[in-house]
Design a protein around this ligand. Structure first.
Ligand code: FAD
Length: 410
């Protein structure tokens, strides 16, 4: 059973964990370098918007939840809101009264951050790594519950309580992890039900994102006794490793993003990466081209043309879009700044991938004809999200080694 290839008839090889990991081992060093560049490390967003769905009181007060923002004077002048705002007004003419910008266009699958928004803040992503913050309890579970139960096509099998088995004393979780990590593929509960492909893909994107967040929490975990940060195998086993479908969904998201980057390759390689520094811009362009070409040469693992292909699927696509946009709004209800920052970036990255795959045919990706197809924030979010999943796969390999050492140690 090929669980994360779409359609499921694709060649065996490209659907194996090992193949995806091999692709990733090639791409990871390039991605790590790319996200350190000026163009990709600064992200502008409305970080402090009111939760539109409920009164959110659960603000996380831990130091680890805080986000360090960057003063606009440190940012390339061309991205500053005063300059962008002035440009927009000038283009529109002196009598133009700017309306509040729409949060998204028909083609968008999520709320898109606007760099000209004076209420937005710039964040240096390298200074604010996604990791354990201690954010948990009713506020966090309300967000996840509302995403799964109200914005997921009602296909979630059930909310399984977190597995609190202690890995050190639980042979069950050890053997479960062994069979999951050593065997290539396990079947997925939702695939056995009569659920259409699009709804399964939707669920997998959300669940894969949730798994990836959990992996980063467990990979950079704070040991409160020693004060040291480091990987926590028990945390990984409980949250992800002992749930085969959660693990598979991480791989699914990875190939989904990879396919979007491949599809947009012409656009991305021809894009003008403008930071105001010509030398840096040309370096970024080369790095992106190398990465995109490496992604393009990978075996095909996802064929988006299988989705929304049947007559009458227009409505389904609109529903898919509406639900995903809602999830992007729910991110404003996350009561921890750092978690909200990465939640927003990754929903925007996945939303950009959805837009690339489902809003435009191949011929649209000509940067000369359609230079504004994607905004800077969308491109930054797309690559940073891809990097987060890439780091998740690296972490899974690390946890696999830790697991093996823990068995041999016994
Ligand atoms: P949760 O992760 O809260 O999961 C709730 C329930 O969802 C589980 O009991 C299970 O039934 C189900 N579930 C769990 N994983 C999956 C999956 N992959 N697929 C399907 N169902 C699943 N905390 C941090 O420390 N750092 C962060 O950066 C961070 N970012 C966050 C971002 C967002 C958008 C949100 C909503 C929360 C974030 N959190 C973060 C909190 C974190 O995700 C957990 O909610 C918290 O650690 C409590 O975990 P838990 O074990 O109670 O289960």
């Amino acid at each position: 059973d090929q669980n994360y290839c779409i359609p499921s008839g694709m060649s065996d090889d490209c659907c194996k964990f090992e193949t995806v990991e091999k692709i990733n081992n090639d791409l990871t060093p390039r991605l790590r370098e790319l996200i350190k560049t000026c163009f990709f490390k600064y992200y502008k967003l409305r970080l402090y918007k009111e939760c539109p769905f409920w009164k959110e009181y659960g603000q996380c007060v831990n130091q680890a939840c805080a986000v360090e923002t960057t003063d606009e004077t440190n940012i390339s002048e061309i991205w500053r809101s005063d300059v962008l705002g002035a440009l927009q007004t000038a283009q529109a003419g002196t009598l133009f009264q700017p309306f509040k910008k729409c949060e998204y266009t028909d083609q968008d699958f999520c709320v898109v951050e606007d760099e000209a928004d004076s209420e937005g803040v710039f964040v240096n992503l390298l200074d604010n790594p996604e990791r354990f913050t201690g954010y948990a309890g009713p506020s966090a579970s309300r967000v996840w519950k509302s995403i799964y139960e109200e914005n997921c096509f009602n296909i979630v099998p059930h909310m399984v309580p977190a597995n609190n088995n202690n890995f050190a004393t639980s042979p069950t979780s050890k053997s479960q992890l062994g069979s999951i990590l050593q065997n290539v593929v396990q079947s997925d509960a939702i695939d056995n039900e009569e659920v259409c492909l699009e709804k399964r893909v939707y669920y997998r994107l959300i669940s894969g994102l949730h798994s990836s967040i959990s992996i980063h929490i467990c990979d950079e975990f704070l040991n409160k006794t020693t004060g040291q940060w480091g990987p926590n195998l028990e945390c990984f086993v409980d949250r992800v490793g002992s749930h085969p479908e959660r693990l598979q969904n991480v791989y699914f998201n990875y190939i989904f993003l990879l396919r979007a980057i491949s599809k947009a390759a012409d656009y991305l390689t021809g894009y003008e990466f403008c930071t105001g520094d010509k030398i840096q811009d040309s370096q970024v362009k080369t790095m992106v081209s190398e990465l995109v070409n490496a992604a393009r040469s990978c075996p095909e693992t996802f064929d988006e043309k299988q989705m929304f292909a049947s007559p009458g699927s227009r409505l389904l696509k609109e529903e898919f879009k509406a639900k995903f946009r809602n999830v992007s709004r729910i991110m404003d209800c996350v009561g921890c700044d750092k978690c909200r920052l990465w939640g927003k970036i990754q929903i925007s990255g996945l939303g950009t991938a959805l837009k690339v795959l489902f809003s435009y045919d191949d011929e649209y990706f000509n940067p000369k004809v359609n230079p504004n197809l994607l905004t800077r924030t969308e491109i930054v979010a797309l690559f940073n999200t891809f990097n987060r999943f890439s780091e998740s796969l690296v972490a899974i390999e690390r946890f696999r080694r830790m697991y093996q050492e823990s068995i041999h140690g016994n």
